[in-house]
Design a protein around this ligand. Structure first.
Ligand code: AMP
Ligand code: MG
Length: 358
């Protein structure tokens, strides 16, 4: 299949490209498009056959459910069996935006989209291009991140082509995305709303609207060890660059010193090492490859460039990556969640306490 690349400008969305993307989706095809979080790989979310193409193109395990994307509350009612008051409050506060809610599904939502679950995840994105494409399709759009399964999520059209060229009908280039991390997922089917995946909408922001929220145990811990994540996708290795990555935990000064030592050892072993650092720390390292993931004192900038940097290490063909860590401030929690997954939970605790590998 030849993948058609079209550019859709945020200021001109009434052109033929949007209509064409809508037609491809309505006809059961695959279209990748930008959202405010990361690029999504879209298909008709009510058509099991179309959804199956997403799993095939990504190489995604079939038990990993898809998020349905809508543009208005009216589109939610046919999908969700029950919409609790907390969900209305959250939707009012954070939709359209980077938040996904998990509901009990209606019979209209095929099991081939929910990985066999009786629940369905729904999000209303704010990105104007995403909204225009979904509206043009006229159906809820299932759209997981538009990367090959296990790879870092795409934040630019180029990343989508790296992974999926020739495997999807169309890629809509709408520029670099604004947030760079996937949506926050909240399960509202049980008693207390529970965060299944951290994201740009933080626990504090959610709590300010609905009071207390719970955190699924799998969000903080390494999967395995008896903890079964309620978002099935959280159990897989994800976001991973090709080289083995180690995250160094500790104060910035301790981390810097430990990475310097690791770089020396790598050089002695003839390994090409890369350092994932920040603009504040870059000048301290002597390394074959250095990549800055934004500015440490501006977590939004780290979120925005993290996946781009992980992919850049692949292009540099490094043998190993040593990464700095980030404070678990509200957004830092989501950043660390992705970074640790990308590293397969391989960490070194600096200051000589302990180390572990995965
Ligand atoms: P992606 O769109 O690639 O970011 O992946 C979607 C994420 O949403 C995965 O981690 C899924 O496990 C999660 N998800 C989708 N539907 C559900 C659901 N019904 N219940 C729990 N998690 C879900
Ligand atoms: Mg994904």
């Amino acid at each position: 299949m030849i993948t058609k690349l079209v550019r859709i400008d945020e200021l001109h969305m009434d052109g033929p490209a949007v209509e064409e993307a809508g037609r491809v989706l309505a006809g059961g095809g695959l279209v990748a498009f930008p959202t405010e979080t990361v690029y999504g790989l879209g298909a008709n979310g009510l058509d099991e056959e179309a959804a199956a193409k997403i799993y095939a193109a990504k190489g995604r395990p079939s038990d990993n459910p898809l998020i349905l994307h809508i543009t208005s509350m009216e589109e939610l009612y046919p999908l969700a069996e029950e919409i609790p008051q907390t969900a209305f409050a959250l939707a009012e506060a954070f939709w359209p935006g980077p938040m996904t809610l998990v509901f009990r599904k209606t019979a209209r939502v095929p099991y081939g989209v929910t990985g066999g679950l009786d629940t369905v995840a729904v999000r209303m994105p704010s990105h104007p291009v995403a909204r225009a494409v979904i509206r043009a399709a006229g159906v809820p759009i299932a759209a997981p991140s538009a990367n090959a399964s296990g790879r870092p999520s795409p934040t630019k059209a180029l990343h989508v082509l790296e992974d999926l060229d020739g495997r999807v009908d169309m890629v809509v280039d709408g520029g670099t995305v604004g947030i760079g991390l996937e949506s926050t997922i909240i399960d509202v089917t049980g008693g207390r709303p529970t965060i299944l995946r951290p994201g740009y909408i933080t626990e504090e922001m959610l709590a300010s609207v609905i009071g207390e929220v719970a955190l699924d145990a799998a969000v903080t811990g390494e999967p395995g060890a008896g903890v079964r994540p309620r978002a099935p996708g959280m159990k897989y290795r994800h976001y991973a660059p090709r080289a083995e990555m180690t995250v160094f935990l500790g104060s910035p000064a301790q981390v810097c010193a430990a990475i310097e030592e690791a770089l020396q050892r790598a050089a002695e072993e003839g390994k090409r090492a890369g350092v994932l650092c920040t603009e504040e720390s870059e000048r301290f390292y002597e390394a074959p490859v250095k990549k800055c993931a934004g500015r440490r004192n501006e977590p939004e900038s780290v979120a925005r460039s993290l996946y781009d940097v992980l992919r850049a290490f692949d292009r540099e063909q490094v043998d190993c990556i040593f990464s700095e860590s980030f404070e678990e401030n509200p957004l830092g929690g989501a950043i660390m969640n992705r970074l640790l997954k990308a590293a397969g939970y391989r960490t070194v605790t600096c200051g000589g306490i302990s180390s572990s590998g995965g």
